[in-house]
Design a protein around this ligand. Structure first.
Ligand code: ZN
Length: 339
């Protein structure tokens, strides 16, 4: 295994503020840019070198062929592969594959992107890093590591008293509910490398800023039978009246649009390989499975179907199966230049 440092110059060009304003919460994500100069290619690297627990780390790599004499074909260039792994100290916590961004690639330029979810339980005292491994047109593998700083963040803890009906839903172990959970997990586990719909900032799914629950609230559900269970709240709840417009947070493909026992009328949209947004408890839907949507398209009306203690919209984002903070994606998470 060779490190780029063996034959390349590594220099950090600039560290710029990545996030100006968050609607709620703390700005954790800063972007860093770096350049590797190889013998016949260069890599321009953008990534967020800091994040909060429950955010994600995104890395964008732009490979450019710089030498005329070693020119390879488009197909060979396109066979470039890369992956990244996330480490706490020496312990590998997760990994993710890079995919190609079609619009920003040409004969001599290839742009790849990958994101890795961060658990909301990460300890800001620990040392974290991502290790990137890549192989340019079938050549030998290179690897390098980037430090990632995890900022401290506190999450809400709350107890929810469920009534008879919501207790029944939450403790339902019927084959139909189990089938629905497995079906959703199968969808979220799908990483289609061709599914690149939007790499610019997401938008909130409603105009409302009235949030009644937050991402990664630590919840205790108290049942009517005296028992209880604990869980994380995987999304953001907006307290909006029944019948309010619910909008797609980004362009994508509708991969689920149906009524489910626990989440009521629900929509799931695929935006990037392994990246999905979810919308729950609606009163009616305006899209069907297989539809493609643009950012801001009407996908349904809010309601209180499924496990709900009142009308609200539950908005959730999943990356490689893990629930991540939707607020992270309201920023330029994929480092798309905005000219
Ligand atoms: Zn919710």
């Amino acid at each position: 295994m060779n490190k780029p440092g063996d034959n390349m110059r590594f220099c950090i060009k600039k560290a710029a503020l990545f996030v100006a304003v968050f609607i709620a919460g703390i700005a954790c994500a800063f972007s860093k840019e770096a350049v590797f100069e190889g013998e016949d290619y260069s890599i321009e690297l953008s990534y967020n070198d800091s994040a909060c627990p429950g955010d994600a780390v995104f890395v964008r790599m732009k490979f450019t062929q710089t030498s005329r004499k070693n020119k390879v074909s488009r197909t060979e260039f396109g066979s470039t592969e890369a992956s990244m792994e996330f480490f706490a100290g020496e312990n590998k916590l997760s990994q993710s594959q890079f995919y190609q961004l079609p619009k920003s690639s040409s004969r001599t330029v290839l742009t790849m992107l990958s994101g890795i979810p961060l658990s909301s339980w990460l300890d800001s005292e620990e040392k974290y890093s991502v290790k990137i491994t890549y192989s340019l047109y079938g050549q030998k593998k290179y690897e390098f590591s980037l430090p990632v700083k995890i900022e401290p963040k506190t999450f809400v803890s709350e107890t929810l008293d469920l009534d008879e009906n919501n207790t029944m839903i939450k403790t339902d172990t019927s084959p139909e509910r189990m089938r629905q959970i497995a079906e959703l997990n199968d969808i979220l586990a799908t990483t289609d490398m061709q599914s690149v719909y939007q790499t610019t900032s997401f938008a909130a799914p409603t105009d409302s800023t009235r949030r009644t629950s937050f991402f990664a609230d630590r919840r205790v559900y108290a049942y009517t039978n005296g028992k209880s269970s604990t869980s994380l709240h995987n999304g953001i709840d907006y307290g909006i009246p029944e019948g309010t417009n619910v909008l797609s947070c980004a362009a994508g493909k509708v991969v689920l649009a149906k009524s489910r026992i626990s989440t009521g009328w629900s929509v799931v949209i695929e935006h990037l390989p392994g990246l999905y947004s979810l919308y729950y408890h609606m009163s009616s839907l305006n899209v069907k499975e297989g539809d493609t949507v643009k950012q801001g398209d009407l996908i349904g009306l809010s309601g209180s179907t499924g496990l709900a203690t009142g009308p609200h919209l539950h908005w959730e984002v999943r990356l490689n199966m893990a629930a991540v903070s939707p607020d992270f994606f309201l920023n330029n998470f994929a480092f798309e230049s905005l000219q």
